[in-house]
Write a protein that binds this ligand. Structure first.
Ligand code: VGL
Length: 206
């Protein structure tokens, strides 16, 4: 059984939300996410769901990426992906949340800012339930795409690979915060046995 995983494909990570965490081209991946989902029997999504009063929130982009002492929030970020705001919504072109087979909401607690969609904490101790759900559905292969490649997509793919799934990373269904970050992320994923593919057409031929 194959599942497609849309990781944090939310407007907060696109130029539609310039004051949050805009990723160049983040709003251009819906067609590829939909195409990879056609190759799967099940489709799951994760969404960041952050409170504006979270302990890691800073007021400006200049204050971001400062190290923090919280066990489950390692860096400062500007406010983003707050439920009820535009940034929380999925990017245009994706199904409504209720049409997915499984949804993960993460980063709800004010002192927790996880990157991967499989665990609520940074150390990978408290499951969000998605790995267990996929295993219950007899899924053995997961196709991953979303935002951003160098943070949440990478971490989610690594967590799925560590849990024993065969993981395909669809590069055309991702955008990265930085080109350097993308290169390092791809190398780390390759070393973990994740299969990086150019787009869903290549995937379909696999
Ligand atoms: C993300 C940075 C901060 C992501 C989330 O979804 O990749 N990146 N928060």
């Amino acid at each position: 059984m194959i599942a497609a995983f849309d990781v944090d494909a939310q407007r907060t990570f696109t130029p539609l939300c310039p004051n949050e965490l805009p990723v160049v081209g983040g709003d251009e991946i819906a067609a590829e996410l939909n195409a990879q989902a056609k190759l799967a029997q099940l489709r799951v999504a994760s969404k960041d769901a952050h409170c504006a009063a979270a302990k890691w929130v800073v007021a400006s982009h200049e204050q971001m990426l400062q190290p923090l002492d919280y066990p489950d929030a390692d860096l400062t970020w500007v406010r983003h992906a707050e439920p009820g705001t535009e940034g929380f919504e999925l990017i245009p072109g994706l199904p409504a949340p209720a049409e997915y087979d499984f949804l993960v909401y993460k980063g709800v607690e004010t002192a927790m800012h996880p990157y991967g969609a499989c665990y609520h904490d940074l150390a990978g101790r408290i499951s969000t339930g998605v790995i267990e759900w996929l295993k219950c559905q007899a899924v053995d292969t997961v196709i991953v795409g979303g935002l951003a490649l160098d943070f949440c997509v990478k971490t989610t793919a690594l967590q799925l690979a560590a849990a024993g799934f065969k993981v395909y990373l669809n590069l055309a269904a991702c955008r990265a915060i930085s080109a350097q970050g993308a290169d390092a992320a791809c190398e780390e994923m390759r070393q973990a046995g994740i299969i990086l593919v150019k787009d869903s057409q290549v995937l379909a031929a696999t």
